[in-house]
Design a protein. Structure first.
Length: 132
């Protein structure tokens, strides 16, 4: 019996693998020398992000992340979403100063990183119980 796999699924897996590698490269580059980190990351960035970011702004992001969140302790892959214009890969991370940080990476159709965001997770506040 032969196994046939839908070509679209294969494309998803290939893109997801490539995009996860880029996201992981970004996460590990947060704790290394800015020049070396940016040099490793630059080929995976879209032209626009590469132009906007640059080594100097990358160093500033490293500093801001360390100040706000602390050191990266662990990451867990959370989701992969496919949209018409590209993909979104999300990780849940733990840092020394912030227990839960949502790390979102947006990719173009060419699997190049177009944008990213790191946001501390805030649990929804519970509504006060009604008084009877």
């Amino acid at each position: 019996e032969t196994l046939s796999i839908d070509a679209e699924i294969i494309r998803y897996v290939v893109y997801l693998n490539k995009e996860q590698k880029t996201a992981e490269k970004m996460m590990t580059s947060l704790d290394v020398d800015a020049a070396a980190g940016y040099a490793a990351l630059a080929p995976t960035l879209s032209a626009d992000l590469n132009k906007a970011l640059g080594e100097k702004n990358f160093a500033a992001i490293q500093s801001q992340v360390k100040k706000q969140f602390g050191s990266l302790k662990e990451t867990k892959f959370h989701s992969f979403e496919r949209f018409d214009q590209g993909d979104r890969v999300t990780y849940i991370a733990a840092f020394s100063k912030e227990n839960v940080v949502i790390m979102t990476f947006m990719f173009g159709k060419d699997a190049k990183l177009q944008n990213f965001s790191f946001s501390p997770y805030k649990a929804p506040e519970k509504a006060p119980a009604e008084k009877k």
